[in-house]
Ligand binder design. Structure first.
Ligand code: ADP
Length: 618
């Protein structure tokens, strides 16, 4: 918690540091403007020096290439022949054609032959409108020098063609005598095309400071310094340039020495600043100058600084994003951690609750078990108590049943004694046999009672249902007789066997039959009908009476312990409760309902036994 708190608190601090760094870097950029500019200036300077080298080399190559050509061509004897023998004028067309081919081969714009007086008698451009044939060039220094026997080179604006060119000339000799001059004119445009580039201008000025070559055509024929009268006169005489095109260039120069030279070019108000580099050329008095716009250098400087600024800003942005991202990540982790903690607390609480619930459930189970044990014990005691109660009820009835045979036995015994005195042995025998039967009857009743009173075992076996019912009917016979009731039991042809305890079923049947007889006490018709039937898996025993029926709205209660509608002393309300449990222990069921035609009907359902196992004693 503490750790995350610190990292979150650190966010504004880190942001402030990054922003301060960013501002410092930007300020540093601004402060280093002049340094950056001088770097680009020096780079431009280097480029300028390279350009100057290019100019110098190309001019040297041009001169080196064309210098020997006029003399070579002039050596052709046919030209000499044509010049010294006017009758050979027929050679002119052939010579013209020869010159045309030569001009094309050496890359010259024109090659032409002049006679001693400077008139052109053969020319490579003989076919063209601007043909030199017949033209006089005796005013041109290149003619004058060659006519004086000296090969020379010259530059001028063509008077016929109006195109600038370098002129190379050589004398045509007949022995030592100059009979004519051969001149080769080379165009200058290819040179300029070679030097031309977007970001700078190059110009070349001649001995007089006249710009003769320039990548910027507006600078052509501008003069770098005012021409002296003598120079102007010479230019006019040689018709090197029309004087009208020679205008002085307005410019001012700053710097120099160690510092780069800066040139301000143009009319006031429209000046452009350039970084200037100059060098002398192989031609005497000629200079080449490279002008690089300062605007370009400034743009490069600004661009570099802007790039620096952009990089600083992008880095700042990236760092701020990373700081934010880290903060958000820390926040999320903190959130997840607190959620996890809450969850853990909840889980702990729930676990504690569950433990408590478990403990209370366990103690409840223990209690239930103890209660069940108590209940079972009480139930067992109640069964015994119920049995004793039933026994008590029965004993009252049975005492009559036993007293009767006893009285009979007594009177038969007294009679037998009298018959013995009278020696009437036959009658004595008959009486004794009566006595014996009556004793059997008493013994039978006593045997039943003894069995009934005995606590049954838990053992289950196959029991003959019809036989048990018949015995039960027999047991309640005194009660039936006393209440002047009738029990009808039609025994099925075949014995039906069921799972249970013989005496316990007897106890149930005695209880149900006794209740039925009790319920019919005040009825006119007092009949109990018993049916036993095989229902496949089950055996059904129905006991229907013509009594009052089950107490209204309390049908369900009759199986509850101590529920009785009988007078105090007559019933304990345990009989049906015990019977219910006994039948349930057999795996069967005991239920009761009122019959639609009156009276109650009890239904005992038992599991059917398939293998008769004979009588089972309990
Ligand atoms: P007790 O016989 O001691 O009353 P029981 O558990 O045997 O106890 O019977 C409970 C009650 O069920 C009886 O008091 C009686 O109201 C009712 N009862 C039982 N059998 C019948 C029946 N065949 N017809 C009407 N009521 C009956």
């Amino acid at each position: 918690m503490m750790k995350t708190g610190t990292s979150l608190a650190g966010v504004p601090k880190a942001t402030a540091v990054v922003l301060t760094l960013c501002v410092l870097c930007l300020l540093l950029g601004l402060a280093s403007y002049s340094r950056v500019q001088s770097f680009f200036m020096s780079r431009a300077n280097d480029e300028g020096v390279a350009d100057l080298r290019l100019v110098s080399v190309t001019i040297e190559q041009l001169i080196g290439r064309y210098d020997p050509i006029p003399a070579l061509i002039a050596g052709d004897p046919e030209f000499r022949e044509l010049l010294i023998d006017p009758s050979r004028a027929d050679m002119v067309p052939l010579m013209n054609e020869k010159l045309r081919h030569l001009a094309r081969d050496v890359g010259a714009s024109d090659i032409y032959v002049m006679n001693r007086s400077g008139r052109t008698i053969a020319a490579s451009n003989y076919r063209e409108e601007r043909s030199f044939i017949g033209e006089r060039f005796d005013y041109r220094p290149y003619f004058l020098h060659a006519a004086a026997g000296e090969a020379t080179r010259y530059h001028a604006l063509g008077t016929t063609s109006g195109e600038r060119g370098f002129f190379f000339s050589a004398p045509i000799l007949d022995g030592l005598e100059v009979v004519g001059v051969l001149a080769v004119k080379i165009p200058v445009d290819p040179l300029e095309d070679l030097w031309r580039a977007n970001d700078r201008e190059i110009f070349v000025s001649d001995l007089n400071g006249v710009i003769f070559l320039s990548t910027d055509s507006s600078l052509l024929f501008r003069t770098l310094e005012p021409l002296t009268r003598g120079v102007r006169q010479r230019i006019e005489e040689t018709r090197q340039f029309p004087l009208s095109v020679l205008e002085s260039l307005s410019f001012s120069v700053t710097g120099g020495g160690e510092d780069p030279v800066e040139v301000l070019l143009g009319e006031p108000g429209e000046e452009r600043r350039f970084l200037s580099d100059s060098a002398s050329l192989v031609l005497p008095g000629w200079h080449a100058t490279v002008l690089q716009p300062m605007r370009l250098i400034q743009t490069r400087t600004l661009f570099a600084l802007a790039t620096w600024g952009l990089v600083v800003l992008v880095l700042t942005l990236a760092m701020l994003t990373i700081i934010q991202w880290r903060a958000r990540l820390a926040e999320r982790m903190e959130h997840e951690r607190s959620q996890r903690e809450t969850l853990e607390v909840m889980v702990r609480e729930r676990t504690a609750d569950l433990d408590a619930a478990n403990t209370s459930l366990r103690s409840e189970i223990e209690e239930r078990k103890a209660a069940e044990t108590r209940l079972r014990k009480t139930q067992a005691e109640l069964v015994q108590a119920g049995k004793l109660a039933a026994l008590g009820q029965m004993s009252a009835a049975l005492s009559h049943e036993i007293n009767q045979p006893l009285a009979g036995i007594k009177s038969y015994a007294e009679n037998a004694a009298q018959y013995l005195e009278r020696k009437r042995y036959d009658e004595v025998g008959t009486n004794i046999s009566h006595i014996s039967k009556m004793i059997d009857r008493v013994a039978r009743i006593s045997a039943h009672l003894r069995n009934f009173a005995r606590r049954p075992g838990d053992q289950l076996s196959a029991i003959p249902v019809s036989e048990v019912i018949a015995e039960s009917v027999e047991l309640v016979r005194p009660h039936t007789r006393r209440n002047e009731a009738e029990i009808v039991f039609v025994r099925p042809d075949q014995e039906i066997w069921a799972i249970g305890g013989r005496l316990r079923l007897q106890q149930v049947m005695v209880n149900v039959l006794t209740n039925a007889i009790d319920a019919m006490r005040d009825q006119a018709r007092r009949v109990v009908e018993i049916t036993a039937s095989d229902r496949g898996e089950y055996v059904e025993v129905r006991v229907r009476d013509t009594g009052t029926g089950l107490p209204e709205n309390e049908e369900e209660l009759i199986f509850e312990p101590f529920f009785t509608t009988k007078q105090v002393g007559s019933g304990m309300g345990l009989g049906l409760s015990i019977s219910f449990n006994i039948i349930r222990d057999f795996g069967g069921s005991l239920s009761a309902a009122n019959h639609p035609d009156g009276g109650a009907e009890f239904l005992v359902t038992l599991k059917k036994a398939y293998a008769p196992a004979g009588l089972v004693a309990e």
